[in-house]
Design a protein around this ligand. Structure first.
Ligand code: 6R9
Length: 632
């Protein structure tokens, strides 16, 4: 696995952010904190857990039965009492918890902690009135509106397990997820708004619940006031009606630390998306700690994470983490370039955002449209910047640092995954930052770059990124596929293997290079090659398909598809468009190939597996490497 990468390690360049942005940071001194963790790993996490409220203390911090971890054994808690009650019944009752902004400036909704608390309690009572009980699964398919977060928190309040499905997914992706978890309730919205247009979601839900016998009721948030969608009363119920006469208090269900909090699907390499299961106690502690320490949340901060809660970033750093820290959070249903490419900078100025967490794809898009857009706005409120989802290349780092951060803000390039639940590698506030490098393991985590025998590789040599030993917010299993869970811990015995390739510099800073498996990260979203291929093959004209990721300056990667047609079908432009449309309808717009080539054959192994890396090498004009397993 050890390979040499073309990484320039000769002229390291480090930036140190201004003391004004970093003084009195929660993170403290990195080396000292890290030493404290090494001296007493479980004690380190227990100290953090004690900052939160528990109904019952844990007996033991950790039971590590490799590869299964239990954290805070027999501890009892509810994550929503920590996100809401803890603030409402202390000093933050009237503090703004949530500010929602739609596409235009007359669309704004604001909740104080107290208002959010009551809304969550009432919706939780509403869910109970539909018969939802602890352990039941609830699927949430909504755009970014306050009700999306309210639905998530209401589930957590009563111990129901939420599965949020990103509103950009199509019918079959939604159907697959509803069926996989056996959702009892689907909470949806009539429409999502994109570039001034209302895009129907309810019709997608109607199609997606066919052949999903577990679904008992669909709760529909009706946003369209002039022409409200019709509800079919035998199955569907209005979101507001469900809350209407409910009491505004709802006792929180005491959850065991190891009870599941949610299931979130992430693309797998085999075509079946994986339902990552997170547990209440450890997830709460991990997201609370990293939000507080990595982003340095203080009481007067205005916090904006641009991710949709349909992804893990939205779960951990758009909902749970920031509310656990009692932050004032901005959420928006905006597209970064609508009505123009100044919208996000406009929002930073308008709301006085101090902490801004976004993705390299967005940063690169803004770089392309030019500095004149951010220059129109006053961004001086910004104090901390963050990046996630794919490598933040040095050019994008520099631009983010200088143009957006005014050369004063620290940038936390955070490496982590749906599976890890929380930030694993980054540069903690106050530490020097190296463009292109995420940084070092956060205190509490042991991570390394190793060869295929698990030996640490020297600086400059590429290898597998691994995490050693358990951490509180690690996934507990994969829903109904525990065997797949164990695989993460089998590549390198004793280690969690992330399937990412990385390289270290001489100071231990880690640069993440890319995936070692067949996932394509497009604009920060993981797309499984197999998912797109199976969507293509489900079209009547397609015999076989293979897809690869092609490096793209804007999106990180784009998808290129190679398609073999069934005899009798002609490779026309019309058919090409039809196939792209077919993928859009099956998987949603994020998964559509930007290139589609008709071919006569595909490179395969003798065992019949498509060798995508050969296709990719050919496409990029590179040496395909070892092709000994190639069939022909
Ligand atoms: C949080 C999230 C995980 C994969 C991960 C890696 C890539 C995420 C990154 C990064 C380089 C970073 N990734 N953050 N690569 N630098 N800072 O994105 O979760 O959707 O599960 O994706 O994303 O390849 O393995 P998820």
């Amino acid at each position: 696995m050890a390979e040499d990468f073309d990484v320039n390690l000769d002229t390291p360049k480090y930036y140190t952010p201004s003391a004004k942005c970093t003084e009195n940071a929660w993170a403290g001194d990195y080396s000292q904190r890290y030493q404290e963790f090494l001296a007493d790993p479980t004690g380190f996490w227990e100290d953090i857990a004690r900052e939160l409220e528990w109904y019952q203390d844990w007996d033991e911090a950790l039971e590590w039965n490799y590869p299964y971890a239990k954290w805070f054994l027999n501890g009892k808690l509810n994550v929503t009492t920590n996100c809401l009650d803890r603030h409402v019944f202390n000093q933050r009752r009237n503090k703004v918890a949530l500010m929602w902004r739609g596409e235009t400036d007359d669309e704004e909704r604001i909740y104080t902690y107290k208002q959010l608390y009551h809304a969550v309690c009432r919706f939780a009572n509403g869910l109970k009135s539909l018969g939802v009980q602890k352990g039941d699964r609830v699927c949430i398919y909504m755009p970014v509106v306050p009700e999306q977060l309210i639905a998530m928190l209401a589930c957590a309040r009563i111990g129901a397990v939420h599965t949020v499905v990103f509103g950009g997914f199509g019918v079959s992706a939604l159907n697959q997820r509803i069926r996989a978890v056996g959702a009892k309730i689907v909470v949806a919205a009539d429409v999502t708004v994109r570039r001034g247009k209302a895009i129907p979601l309810k019709t997608i839900v109607e199609d997606a619940v066919v052949n999903a016998p577990s679904v008992e009721r669909i709760v529909v948030l009706r946003r369209e006031e002039t022409k409200p969608v019709e509800l079919h009363p035998e199955m569907e119920i209005d979101f507001e009606d469900l809350m209407e006469n409910q009491p505004r208090e709802c006792p929180a269900e005491p959850m065991d630390a190891e009870d599941p909090l949610f299931i979130l699907f992430t693309s797998g390499t085999t075509g079946e998306p994986k339902g990552i299961v997170h547990a209440c106690g450890g997830y709460m502690v991990g997201t609370y700690y990293t939000t507080k320490h990595v982003f340095d949340v203080k009481d007067n901060d205005v916090y904006w994470c641009t991710a949709d809660p349909g992804w893990i970033t939205g779960h951990s750093y758009g909902v749970y983490g920031p509310l656990l820290t009692g932050a004032t959070c901005l959420i928006t249903e905006t597209t970064p370039d609508y009505p123009d490419a100044g919208i996000w900078w406009n929002l930073i100025e308008e709301y006085g955002v101090t902490i801004f967490y976004t993705a390299p794809t967005a940063i690169r898009m803004f770089m392309r449209v030019g500095e004149e857009w951010p220059k129109k706005y006053n961004l001086s409120s910004l104090r901390v910047l963050g990046s996630v989802g794919e490598p933040l290349n040095p050019e994008a780092f520099e631009w983010f640092y200088h143009v957006i951060g005014g050369a004063k803000c620290p940038i936390a390039d955070t490496w982590w995954q749906t599976e890890t639940g929380m930030h694993m590698i980054t540069t903690m506030i106050g530490e020097p930052m190296r463009p292109g490098f995420a940084g070092k393991p956060v205190p509490g985590i042991v991570a390394d770059v190793v060869d295929s025998d698990g030996n640490s590789v020297p600086p400059g040599t590429g290898g597998l990124l691994v995490v050693k030993g358990p951490w509180p917010s690690m996934m507990r299993t994969i829903w109904e596929n525990d065997e797949r869970y164990r695989k993460y811990w089998e590549t390198i015995p004793g280690c969690y293997t992330a399937a990412d390739l990385a390289v270290k510099d001489e100071n231990g800073y880690i640069m993440v290079i890319g995936r070692s498996d067949d996932l394509i990260v497009v604009a920060g979203h993981n797309i499984g090659t197999a998912e797109v291929e199976s969507a293509l093959v489900s079209h009547k004209a397609v015999a076989e398909a293979a897809v690869i990721g092609k490096p793209d300056p804007l999106k990180g990667n784009t998808i290129k598809a190679f398609v073999i047609l069934i005899q009798g079908h002609q490779p026309t432009e019309k058919l090409r468009n039809e196939l792209v449309y077919h993928v859009r309808m099956t998987l949603g717009p994020i998964a559509i190939p930007s290139e589609l080539e008709f071919v006569e054959s595909l490179p395969k192994t003798r065992s019949g597996k498509i060798m995508r890396r050969v296709l990719k090498a050919k496409e990029m004009g590179m040496d395909p490497g070892d092709i000994s397993t190639l069939e022909d």
